[in-house]
Design a protein. Structure first.
Length: 192
């Protein structure tokens, strides 16, 4: 972030992001204006403009901030031995990273056209391919590739599929993680 000399600035930036995401969720991305974001924050449009010139800037910054842990995870994963333990740890850390980015994923799910237009979708697809590479064997059979892709898909879909299901959010997250680890571990054991 590089804003160590202005600790307050980082807070303002995050507040803008949070409020913007809230408004996007309430009334839709297209219908939300910078003026409305400024009003809800109780700052002038000029103050908002200091941090972000457009609402696209806000969205892209949100995406970068919330996906930074995913990038760090991919880098970490590549530096580890390609063992089952490593892969399980990758999925655990991925689960944590996703938990932090839930509002953004919800936004992406509900605003797919916007996400495509801003090419955020492309970078996300790239990250998914990197993640797959980390958890599946290089010579995996088609069934095992499906198992590993399903492990990731379970984590993404679980956030939405279980949104309205009764139950403790942390319990849901643990259940989703366990199922994902099961799928990936099975692929790790089964030889082509």
């Amino acid at each position: 972030m590089g804003s160590t000399q202005h600790p307050r600035r980082g807070n303002t930036r995050q507040r803008i992001q949070d409020i913007a995401l809230e408004l996007f969720a309430e009334q839709g991305y297209e219908k939300t204006s910078l003026r409305e974001i400024a009003e809800r924050l109780e700052v002038t449009k000029a103050a908002l403009y200091y941090h972000f010139k457009t609402k696209e800037d806000i969205l892209i910054s949100l995406f970068q901030d919330l996906t930074r842990p995913l990038d760090e995870l991919i880098v970490w994963g590549r530096s580890q031995p390609h063992t089952l333990e490593t892969k399980q740890e990758i999925l655990r850390r991925y689960s944590d990273a996703l938990a932090g980015a839930t509002p953004l994923f919800r936004f992406m799910q509900e605003n797919q056209a916007t996400v495509r237009d801003l090419s955020i979708g492309e970078t996300f697809k790239g990250r998914m391919l990197d993640m797959l590479e980390l958890i599946q064997e290089p010579d995996a059979s088609m069934k095992n590739r499906v198992r590993c892709a399903s492990a990731l898909f379970t984590m993404h879909a679980g956030v939405f599929a279980l949104k309205d299901v009764e139950g403790d959010p942390e319990e849901k997250r643990q259940a989703i993680l366990e199922v994902s680890i099961d799928l990936m571990s099975q692929a790790h054991r089964v030889t082509p």
